[in-house]
Design a protein around this ligand. Structure first.
Ligand code: TYD
Length: 136
């Protein structure tokens, strides 16, 4: 499974850093929705779902976390601790965010409006869908 990490979106000069996220330019889709996540109870996991269609791009603005990806054939783990990387989260990839530091702030750009029916929230359903193309 290929997990894409994008970079080269930071403009740095003697005054500091500026990051630009532009739809269909430095991320590969038009941005329809932006949300951010912060302030977690200890040992909590976020995510734990896959999407049918929604494409997302995530930046860890502050702090750190571990993101695991699972396409039902293989798993991959990415440690996110830099706001200089954009992590792509593609459809049909189960993803979980864990080991969230107290100060971890994640911002996510999505190419679609929020729609609960685009979520696969059961891991068993996810495995079934990936095997057969059908939800149980
Ligand atoms: P959830 O998908 O559980 O968050 P995470 O991916 O971080 O685990 O979303 C939490 C709640 O927020 C849930 O009730 C759905 C709602 N929500 C929206 O209303 N709009 C959105 O764009 C998102 C991402 C979630």
């Amino acid at each position: 499974m290929k997990v894409e990490i994008l970079s080269n979106f930071i403009k740095s000069d003697s005054r500091g850093n500026l990051a630009v996220v532009e739809g269909s330019k430095n991320i590969p889709f038009d941005i329809k929705r932006v949300y951010y996540i912060w302030d977690y109870p200890k040992n909590i996991m976020r995510g734990a779902h896959a999407h049918y269609e929604t494409r997302q791009a995530m930046i860890c603005l502050k702090g750190s976390c571990k993101v695991t990806f699972d396409d039902a054939k293989s798993k991959k783990e990415i440690f996110l601790d830099s706001n200089k990387s954009i992590l792509m989260i593609e459809p049909y990839v189960w993803h979980e965010m864990q080991s969230l530091s107290d100060d971890c702030m994640l911002i996510v750009f999505a190419d679609k409006e929020y729609n609960e029916s685009d979520y696969i929230r059961s891991y068993e359903d996810f495995l079934d869908i990936m095997k057969t193309g059908n939800a149980s």
